[in-house]
Design a protein around this ligand. Structure first.
Ligand code: GCB
Length: 597
């Protein structure tokens, strides 16, 4: 695996941003390989912005719903190529899989659409103009995550069918870079913390190529030295530390230096927040203090861009989340662009970081059937469970490697609403939980998100979890329109959990109602603004009855795009904010509650 370090520019490293207007071509017949489009150039390209999903830029349905191979191409220009340097092409993600070519030569490939793609192009890059080509594919199947299928239509078109409730957006969703490092470079680092009365111990480990000497330096916000050390591993002492606190972040700078014979070979600077995370009894602790998680399950989703990253959208989302009094979000249902985590580090937000382990359940529409407790198996009859698990494990490994140093990340989520009631599911998940535990230097809690079928009497996977995440829709998928009956059923289940898993914190990672911002009705009906509020009040009163409930992440932060169907009105409308990030009425009630909580 290549270094996942986020690209930086300094006196040694170069990171050239390749975002902009690229050339693009759909390849429904899969001709590009045979005709050597990578070698000869795309025969009939149109222009395409990067980063963005391609789907919502077009005006024709076949383009929006396109499923299959598609190509991107651009020129990468460099002044010189030096033998003592290494050159990498790096994408924040390409959805769902891709192959990279430089000047017609294969440079790398990646499976999975939500984590970085890195290709070493040192041997292929030439001074002057280079042609960078990406062959991408957005088909879904049951061996890669997220899971889904491809249906072939009579006219030869393919249609992606996700076993999940979000639009199957695809494209180059995150920034593209040409990264240049020295040949002997800093590859990776990790930090973990222990707090003493008036000091913090920062234990670090650096991976670097060659036999150069490593030193690390911690500086505070004013640029004063807080600690310094020599060697590839060690423990540093920061006296009177300013801790990274929830919604009150303090970031030091960690500088890693690689030197040889007094000469600096490489340098990497990164923000560093000093904080600890632990689960103790029924509580989640940040810096030893209990924290109640308030916030949302989100999506990377906005008008026009689809799932493409935008600093402006992210900024607006953080402002809305601060306004409403949130302190946490889950990256449902896949790891987000790294820039989200950098902003969360700065804003003091907590993140439950989730792999795309979604759709691992056989049911007519996973979210609906699951919400009503009607799933039936998956791992027993999935075509190649070993390959699925291998891809799932790679996603866990890459996510932990990428995100392990972010103070905002407080937990890893291994799946959303998977089948968890069979021994096959338990055998499938146990090693994935293990992988996250083994790789995380900060030993963060590991969790998974349970839907209704994963009930206290049937779920076999909750004992793997450090805290238990529940998605519950009493009053929507269950007893919709009758909140009294819904409350009764909800409390019945909670009483069972109280008995089954005493001493474990619970976090609600989903609860919500589809709500149209245009609909008012008295007395309330499902889909109205009034119903959303009454539903939320009922949920809040249940959460407040059970002291082991340690968080409430509403579904969803904002309305978001899904596939078409009889269940969705141009997307999922469970947002507390509309898709263009304006509050629905219930958002004000959340704000009042969260200001107090
Ligand atoms: C769920 C899923 C989520 C759906 C949501 C819903 O349980 O985890 O992806 O969007 O329900 O609104 O149905």
């Amino acid at each position: 695996m290549y270094s996942e370090l986020y690209p930086v520019n300094n006196e040694i490293r170069r990171a050239q941003l390749l975002d902009g207007l690229w050339r693009f071509q759909f390849d429904p017949k899969g001709l590009g390989g045979k005709e050597d489009w990578a070698g000869k150039g795309l025969p009939d390209p149109i222009s395409m912005p990067v980063p963005a999903s391609f789907a919502d830029l077009f005006t024709e349905a076949w383009q929006r719903d396109y499923c299959g191979d598609f190509w991107y191409e651009t020129d990468v220009c460099v002044q010189e190529v030096r033998p003592e340097r290494r050159y990498y092409i790096r994408f924040g993600s390409v959805t769902h899989r891709c192959r990279i070519f430089l000047n017609g030569q294969a440079a790398g490939e990646h499976e999975g659409g939500f984590l970085p793609v890195i290709a070493d192009v040192s041997a292929l890059l030439r001074p002057g103009r280079n042609r960078l080509t990406v062959l991408a594919n957005n088909e879904l199947n049951e061996t890669s995550i997220p899971c889904g299928a491809v249906r072939s239509k009579a006219d030869g078109r393919k249609a992606a069918q996700g076993y999940f409730d979000f639009f199957n957006y695809a494209g180059i969703h995150r920034s593209a870079w040409l990264v240049e490092t020295p040949a002997e470079a800093i590859q990776d680092y990790s930090v973990r913390f222990a707090l003493e009365k008036d000091a913090a111990l920062v234990t670090y480990e650096v991976e670097a190529g060659g036999d150069g000497e490593v030193s690390v330096l911690i500086t505070d916000r004013e640029g004063n030295e807080a600690a310094r050390g020599e060697g590839r591993k060690g423990t540093l002492r920061v006296e009177q530390p300013r801790l990274w606190q929830v919604r009150s972040a303090y970031l030091y700078t960690l500088t890693v230096l690689l030197t040889k014979d007094g000469k600096t070979l490489d340098r990497y600077d990164a923000p560093m927040g000093i904080r600890t995370v632990a689960v103790e009894g029924q509580r989640i602790l940040i810096n030893g203090q209990p924290v109640y998680l308030k916030g949302f399950g989100k999506h990377e989703d906005s008008e026009i861009l689809g799932r493409g990253f935008s600093w402006a959208v992210a900024k607006r989302d953080f402002e809305c989340m601060k306004w409403i009094g949130a302190n946490c979000f889950r990256t449902s249902h896949y790891p987000y662009a790294e820039e989200w985590y950098r902003m969360a580090d700065e804003e003091g937000f907590l993140i439950i970081d989730e792999v795309p382990g979604v759709g691992l359940m056989r049911s007519f529409a996973n979210f609906a059937a699951a919400g009503a407790g009607k799933s039936n198996g998956f791992f027993g009859d999935c075509p190649d469970v070993e390959l699925l698990q291998k891809n799932h494990r790679s996603a866990v490994e890459e996510m932990v490697l990428r995100d392990k140093n972010h103070p905002s990340v407080i937990a890893w989520s291994i799946f959303n609403e998977a089948e968890t009631v069979t021994p096959a599911a338990r055998d499938y998940f146990a090693p994935l939980f293990e992988t996250a535990r083994k790789l995380d230097p900060q030993s963060r809690p590991v969790t998974g998100v349970l839907e209704k079928t994963s009930s206290p009497d049937r779920c076999l996977c909750w004992p793997m979890m450090d805290f238990i995440c529940l998605n519950r829709y009493y009053g929507w998928y269950i007893s919709g329109g009758d909140l009294e009956e819904a409350r009764r059923q909800f409390e019945e289940e909670m009483d069972q959990w109280a008995e089954k898993a005493p001493g474990v914190p619970f976090v609600f990672t989903e609860f919500g109602t589809d709500t149209l911002d245009s609909l008012h009705k008295l007395p309330s009906v499902m889909w109205s603004q009034e119903y959303q509020q009454e539903y939320m009040d009922m949920n809040f009163s249940v959460f407040d009855r059970y002291p082991f409930v340690q968080g409430e992440l509403a579904w969803n932060f904002a309305d978001f795009q899904t596939g078409q169907g009889i269940m969705r009105v141009n997307g999922n409308r469970k947002g507390l904010f509309s898709r263009n990030r304006q509050p629905k009425e219930a958002a004000f009630a959340f704000r009042r509650r969260w200001e107090q909580k």
